[in-house]
Structures are given as C-alpha cells and as structure tokens.
Design a protein. Structure first.
Length: 296
C-alpha cells in the first residue's frame, strides 16, 4: 500500500503542544482524505515537514497539507521539499511550483497573462510615507498591506481612511499595498477549489462583524456557493495562467471589484485549506489525482 505523507507543522498536528486556533481545519481535512485514501489503496501519514529525512523513508508521495508556519522559514521549507524530491519522493505540488507561488509576486505573472487582478504596489519595505503615496497612486483612502511571503493574513495591516501609521513605523519586509475592497465585507470572499485543474467546489467566506479577515482564525465563516458561469470562468482563467503542468490542487481566492467582476486575491498552490465540508467529494478527487501520478 503506497504511503502518502500529509505534511503539517507542529502547530497543526494533533500530538504535541498547544495548537493553533484553526488547527481543527487540519483535523477536518485529514478526516476527509484518510477514508478516501484507504478505499483507494493508499495510506495517509501525518508528518511534520521539519522532521528529518529518514522519517520519510518509504513515502511514495508527499502532499503539502497544513504547513502553516512555512512563511517564517521559507528557505528551509523549500529546501526540505527539494531534498524530498531529490531522494525520490514525489512532492505535490512540486517544489518548483511552490517556490514560484510562495512569493506573491507571482500575481504579476498572472496579470501579464490576462488574469483579473487587484491594483498593487510592490515594495521591498513599507514606511508611513509609502502609505500616503499609495493612497494617491491607488486612488483610495483605505489601504491594505500584505507580506509578499505570507499566509493566513498573518502580519497584515489595514490603514482605514484618516488612519496614519505611527512615526517611524515600517513593515520590515517585502510587502504589497492594495486598495481595501468593501465587497469583502459586504458580500465576502469567494474561493474555488481545483483538483487537477478541474473545479471541485466553491464557497463564500465572510468575516465576523467588525473585521475584514475571512479566515476562521479571526472568526470568519464559510458557506457553500454555486458560482455563476461568468464568475467560474474568471477563476478558470486564473488557473489557466499558472505556468506549471503538474498542478494537483489549487484554491483560487477572489473578491468582487467595483466593476462587478471578480479579481484574484491569491492563487493558493502551496498549502491551502481545501474546505472539505463544502466539497464532500474532495477526498476521492485527491486520491484519484495521486493514483494517476503514482502510475505515471
């Protein structure tokens, strides 16, 4: 029986110390995958991505799951994926794709390929003066600043109209500045889950009252959603623009622009939560995709 590693981190694995507030999502995803894998003749093994290479002996394929601390040690994370690949373990998604997707400058590639994106300013660092300049350049009073290498809205800042950064404030890392889009509060953020480039399911994520972040870590909630054809087509256009052939999974997060069209916030191909509660066939779809790769 081929053994499939589900890569996680100490904060999401059930065993060990205190877990993250959203670690229940790890449990839900594993609970969706394990029985489907077993029915397909695969064994799912949860492993911390920081475990030494001998811990991966006998693993046929490593599936990047809830490695939700990678952004704080990205070089080591990428090196481990490449070491696994060099040792003969197939990694999904592949290290080259992960390296490309881990830095949000990939959004520049998607924009050049014609995918709908949000106006963005890219900076090696951000100061209070940059925020003022961004308001002029982006034509908005409400600005969001995100890490170029980051996940889960961690280390993210929002400067609402009339709000200024403290004197001497700086981001301290490469960042991206975008206009805050009110639609994320008014109607939510939309996610499309793709397996082998085919849509599996879609959902809408809404922030709790008084917040704009949609992740469960901040009190966000999600519901099933059937996208209109035009919205699905825009998500499919984003997937089509990803310049790698081997794309086992991807989650496309989108928000509605003032024009009424959806624009991509992120094309998550590293370690996205795939929302199995909204996609009851997720386990079977992922198992089939893995079997195809093992047979190739």
């Amino acid at each position: 029986m081929p053994r499939i590693a589900f890569l996680a981190c100490a904060d999401t694995l059930p065993a060990g110390g205190e877990r993250r507030g959203d670690a229940f999502e790890h449990d839900r995803e594993v609970a969706a995958l394990r029985p489907a894998f077993g029915a397909a003749g695969l064994e799912l093994v949860e492993i911390d991505w920081r475990a030494p290479l001998p811990a991966f002996d006998g693993i046929a394929l490593a599936l990047i799951g809830t490695t939700w601390d990678y952004q704080d040690d990205a070089p080591a994370f990428l090196a481990k994926l490449e070491a696994l690949e060099a040792a003969g373990t197939r990694v999904c998604n592949p290290p080259a794709l992960v390296r490309w997707n881990a830095d949000k400058r990939y959004l520049q590639h998607l924009a050049r390929a014609g995918a709908p994106t949000i106006p963005t300013l890219w900076r090696d660092d951000v100061t209070a003066a940059d925020i003022a300049d961004a308001r002029i350049a982006l034509g908005c009073d409400d600005v969001v600043i995100k890490r170029q290498v980051g996940a889960g809205a961690l280390g993210q800042y929002r400067f609402a109209p009339g709000e200024a950064a403290a004197p001497g404030w700086r981001m301290g890392r490469p960042a991206m500045l975008q206009p805050f889009l009110a639609s994320i509060v008014e109607e939510g953020e939309y996610s499309f889950v793709f397996i082998d480039r085919a849509v599996s399911h879609a959902l809408v994520k809404r922030p709790r009252s008084g917040d704009y972040r949609v992740q469960s870590l901040y009190g966000g909630a999600e519901d099933c959603w059937t996208p209109p054809a035009a919205d699905l087509a825009r998500a499919e256009a984003v997937v089509a623009a990803i310049p790698f052939n081997d794309l086992l999974y991807c989650r496309i997060d989108m928000v509605r622009l003032p024009s009424g069209e959806l624009a991509v916030i992120e094309a998550e191909a590293v370690e996205p939560y795939l929302y199995p509660d909204q996609g009851p066939q997720l386990g079977e779809r992922v198992a089939r995709a893995i079997i195809r790769r093992l047979a190739a």
